[in-house]
Design a protein around this ligand. Sequence first.
Ligand code: NAI
Length: 330
Amino acid sequence: SVTPAVVTVTGGAGQIGYALAFRIASGQLLGPDRPVRLRLLEIPAAVPAAAGVAMEIDDCAFPLLDGVDVTSDATAAFDGVDVALLVGARPRTKGMERGDLLSANGGIFGPQGAAINAGASSDVRVLVVGNPANTNAYIAAAHAPDVPKDRFTAMTRLDHNRAVAQLRQRTGAAVDDIARLAIWGNHSATQYPDLTHATIGGRPALDVVDDEAWVRGTFIPTVAKRGAAIIEARGASSAASAANAAIDHVRTWVDGTPAGDWTSAAVVSDGSYGVPEGLVSSFPVTASGGAYTIVPGLELDAFSRERVDASVAELVEEREAVRALGLVGS
Ligand code: NAI
C-alpha cells in the first residue's frame, strides 16, 4: 500500500478552506493513486468549526482519505507534511496600516515557516494563498533555511485563470487553445497580466484580439481588479475559484506543464528579468520533474517592462517593510 501524502491546510475553517478540503480529500489534489492524510490548522477559536468541517469530510466516506486531523498547533500540523497550503492569514481590517498588516502576518507566517523547517518531509511543497501572499511566502521561506527555496511559492494561478477566462470570453476561443499567458509581479492590483507572448490556436493572441485599447483599458484592469469585483458582487471574497486555483497550482507543480505552454506562479526570484533575487514574484513558469522553472529569455516590450517594474517595486517595498519590522533578517 502507498503511504498517504500529508496535506496541511491552514485556515481550514475559512471560506477557501471549506472549498479546498473536500477536493483534496476526494483525490483532486494528488490524483487517484495517492491516499491523503488531511490536516486542518486553525486558531484555537476556530478549532470547533474546523472539527465540524472534519465531520463533514468523514461523512463523504472518500475512499482515498486516510483521515483528517484538526489542530491549533503548527508543529503538529506540519510534522511530516508533503504539501502545505497556507491559506489562513490576518485580513486587513478598516483603518489598518500596511505595517500592522505585515506585522500580524509575520507573526503567522514566520512561525509556520519555522515549523515547516523543523518537521516537513524532505519533498515538501508550500503554496501560500493568504494575503499578502507573495510577502507572506517570503517571510515563511526566510524562516525555513533548511528547505530549498524553490519549495516556497505563492499563488497567482487565480489571476492566471482569470486572464484565460477574459481572453476566452473576448475571442470565443477554447480554453485549451489559449497558451503562454503570464502574470508578472505581485498578487495585488499592480500585477501585470501579459498577453504579449500569448497564443490562441498557435496565433499571437494580440493579432487575434487586434484591439490594443481593449488589452490595456479593459483586459488588464479587469484581471487585476477581479478580486474586488467578486467582493462587490458576492459580498464575500473569491473562495471556490481560489480553492480551484490552489488545486491547479499544486497539480501542475507535480504533473508538469504541457509541451509548448507555461503557467504563472509566484516563485523565489533567481534575478531573472531584473527581479531582485530572493523576492517572491510571479513569473511565467514551466513545471517538470516536480519543479517550477522561470521561463527564460522572453522579450519584454517597453510597456511590459514598465508594468513589471512597477509591480516588483511594490514587492521591494513590502520586503523593506518586513525587514524594518524585524520580521526577517536583512
Ligand atoms: P476566511 O477569513 O474565510 O478564512 C481564513 C481562516 O484562517 C479563518 O478561519 C481564520 O481563523 C484562519 N486563520 C487565521 N490565522 C490563522 C493562523 N495563524 N493559523 C491557522 N489559521 C488561521 O478567509 P478566506 O476567504 O478563506 O481567505 C483566506 C486568505 O486567502 C485571505 O488572506 C485572502 O485574502 C486570501 N486570498 C488569496 C487569493 C490569491 O489569489 N492569492 C485569492 C483569494 C483569497
